[in-house]
Design a protein around this ligand. Sequence first.
Ligand SMILES: CC(C)(COP(=O)(O)OP(=O)(O)OC[C@H]1O[C@@H](n2cnc3c(N)ncnc32)[C@H](O)[C@@H]1OP(=O)(O)O)[C@@H](O)C(=O)NCCC(=O)NCCS
Length: 127
Amino acid sequence: MVADNAISIAEAHFSENAWFRAIYVGESPAGFVMLHTGYDYDEGFDCHGVFLWRMMVAGPFQSKGVGRKAIDLIVADLKARGINELYTSYGQGAAGPEPFYKGLGFLPTGDFYGEGEHREIGVVLRW
Ligand SMILES: CC(C)(COP(=O)(O)OP(=O)(O)OC[C@H]1O[C@@H](n2cnc3c(N)ncnc32)[C@H](O)[C@@H]1OP(=O)(O)O)[C@@H](O)C(=O)NCCC(=O)NCCS
């Protein structure tokens, strides 16, 4: 399940480690990304690297390369800051984003987060 963007933005204001941006295609708002940029177990981030916390592209803009471009821009920004990896996690259901992340080169870390229907596989992209 993907959280509502308003919930994500509210959460971000309670986190010193949140970085978030809207995705625009031209003048049109098309999506949202949020990173967690530091280790903080209190927020449930048992991860020492930068973590892609939320990522969504709005329906009409999906499957047009917008998500890939957003990840490319995030990677370029992290690279410029001397960071060489990006973590994330996702649910592995049939309609889930696994093909998207696999296609970008994210690989399993061996970690899993959550339980039952909320269980997510941890993955990392390194460059
Ligand atoms: C998953 C999501 C972020 C992908 O963004 P997008 O803009 O639709 O993806 P892109 O068009 O950039 O796709 C990049 C590649 O991934 C593939 N891909 C993307 N979503 C896919 C899917 N659901 N199934 C299969 N392939 C998919 C594309 O075919 C494309 O492959 P190609 O470059 O070889 O042609 C977006 O569809 C989305 O927000 N979905 C709903 C919310 C969600 O699941 N968020 C992730 C939470 S962890």
